[in-house]
Design a binder for this molecule. Structure first.
Ligand code: NAP
Length: 363
C-alpha cells in the first residue's frame, strides 16, 4: 500500500520538472489517487499555462475516459502548494477541485500570496503540512520573494586552498576544475538573475551566460544580468552587451546604447542601496532566485547587509600566492565578525575540487 508521504513525494518530483520554465511562478506538482491508486499526475510548466491541479485532472480524463468523473468524486489530491482560489492568468483551481467533487486535498505548503483555499472549499477535507519542509526548499526563491520581499540570494565563489579567488593580477578564470565550471553553468540556468560587481566586469569581462550546463539548451532561459556601476565605469563594449540574454544596469550613466539592456529608472548613484535593489528585483522584476558572481567587494557589501542566504564555494587544490585576492576582506572588528557564523550544509567532490555549501547564521 502506498502511503500519503509517497504520493506527496511523487508530486514533488513532478513539480521539479518545471525547474527551468515556471519562473516567476513556483514549481508545483500534483497527484490524484482513487482507492490509493494514482489515477492522474500533473505539474505546472510555465506562467500562463494550466496549474498542476488542472493538468492532473486532465490526466485523469486521459487515463479513465468516461469513468473519470465518478473516480474524481471519490478521489484524493496531493498538491505541493496551496491551490489558488482567485483568478490570475488562469481560473481558480479551487473551482475545479469543487466542481469535480474531490474528497480530500493534501497540501504540502501554504501559499501566503493566495487568499485562503480553505475558505473557498466548504466540505472538502484539507490536510496541510505533509512534506512541508521539502516543498518550501523546492521553492525557496518564491517563498523568499513573497514573504521577505526579496529573492533568495546565493553567492558563488571559486577559491584556492588559501581562500584566494584571483591572482594579484586579477586573473581568476583557471582556478576551478571543468566539473566545477559546468556546475556553475547549471547554477546560472537555475537562477533568474546574476548580480555582479563592477570590479569583476572590469577585471574579467565575463559574459555571465549559461552554456553547456547539461540541461536541454532549448529550455534554458538566460539569467538577467545585473550590474551596479556607481562610478560609471561601463563603456558599452563589455561582453554582457554582446551576448544572449538581458542586462539591468544600476547607474546614473544611461547612455549605453545596447539592444539588450534596461536601466534602473532615474537613479542618482548616491541612492544605490543594496537592500532597495534586491527589493526592487523582487517587486518589479519578480526575481525569485538571485545568484551573486562577484569579487570580495560586492560579496562583503551584501554579507554586511545580511543579504546572502547561501554560499557555494568551489575549492580547488591550488594556491594563489601571497598577493592573492581573497573572497572576503570584511573590514570589521572581532565583535562584528562574531555576529556571523557559517554552517556547512553539504560537501561534495567535483572533479579535483570540493563543493562546499554554507549558510550564514546572522545574529
Ligand atoms: N574566483 C571567483 O569565483 C571570482 C568571481 C568573481 C570575481 N573574481 C575576481 O574578483 C576580483 C574583483 O574583485 P572586486 O572586489 O574588485 O570585484 P566586485 O566585488 O565584482 O566589485 C567590487 C566593486 O563593487 C562596488 N561596490 C562595493 N560596495 C558596493 C555597494 N555597497 N554597492 C554598490 N557597489 C559596491 C565597488 O566599486 P565602485 O566603488 O566603483 O562602485 C567595488 O570596487 C577579480 O580579480 C575577479 O577575477 C573571482
Amino acid at each position: 500500500m502506498t502511503c500519503p508521504a509517497e504520493h506527496m513525494s511523487e508530486a514533488l518530483s513532478l513539480a521539479r520538472k518545471g525547474l527551468l520554465t515556471t519562473r516567476p511562478n513556483p514549481m508545483v506538482g500534483c497527484v490524484i489517487t482513487h482507492n490509493e491508486k494514482i489515477i492522474g499526475r500533473g505539474w505546472h510548466e510555465k506562467s500562463g499555462d494550466n496549474h498542476a491541479e488542472i493538468n492532473a485532472i486532465h490526466d485523469v480524463f486521459r487515463n479513465l475516459g468516461s469513468n473519470a468523473e465518478s473516480a474524481l468524486e471519490n478521489s484524493e489530491m496531493y498538491v505541493t502548494l496551496e491551490p489558488c482560489s482567485t483568478t490570475g492568468k488562469t481560473p481558480p483551481c479551487s473551482e475545479a477541485i469543487k466542481k469535480y467533487g474531490i474528497k480530500k486535498v493534501f497540501i504540502a505548503s501554504e501559499d501566503n500570496s493566495q487568499d485562503g483555499f480553505a475558505n473557498k472549499t466548504d466540505g472538502i477535507e484539507i490536510e496541510v503540512g505533509l512534506l512541508r519542509e521539502d516543498a518550501r526548499r523546492l521553492n525557496r526563491g518564491f517563498f523568499s520573494r513573497i514573504e521577505k520581499n526579496r529573492p533568495f540570494i546565493t553567492a558563488k565563489m571559486g577559491v584556492g586552498l588559501d581562500a584566494g579567488i584571483a591572482l594579484s593580477s586579477g586573473e581568476s578564470k583557471w582556478i576551478t576544475s571543468k566539473e566545477s565550471r559546468k556546475d556553475v553553468h547549471k547554477m546560472r540556468a537555475e537562477n533568474d538573475a546574476i548580480l555582479t560587481g563592477i570590479g569583476t566586469i572590469v577585471a574579467d569581462n565575463p559574459s555571465l551566460t549559461s552554456r553547456d550546463s547539461g540541461y536541454d539548451e532549448d529550455k534554458v532561459m538566460q539569467p538577467l544580468r545585473i550590474v551596479i556601476d556607481r562610478n560609471n565605469k561601463l563603456t558599452g563594449n563589455e561582453s554582457i552587451f554582446q551576448v544572449e540574454g538581458n542586462n539591468l544596469i544600476f547607474s546614473s550613466n544611461q547612455n549605453i546604447d545596447s539592444h539588450n539592456t534596461n536601466f534602473y529608472p532615474n537613479p542618482s548613484n548616491k541612492e544605490i542601496n543594496l537592500k532597495e535593489i534586491v527589493q526592487y528585483l523582487a517587486k518589479e522584476k519578480s526575481i525569485n532566485n538571485l545568484m551573486i558572481e562577484s569579487g570580495s567587494g560586492m560579496f562583503d557589501a551584501l554579507l554586511d547587509e545580511q543579504l546572502i542566504d547561501e554560499i557555494i564555494l568551489y575549492q580547488a587544490p591550488k594556491l594563489l600566492g601571497k598577493d592573492r585576492k581573497s573572497f572576503s576582506n570584511l573590514d570589521v572588528t572581532n565583535e562584528k565578525l562574531s555576529t556571523i557564523d557559517f554552517q556547512i550544509i553539504e560537501t561534495t567532490n567535483l572533479g579535483e575540487d570540493k563543493k562546499i555549501i554554507l549558510r550564514p547564521n546572522y545574529k
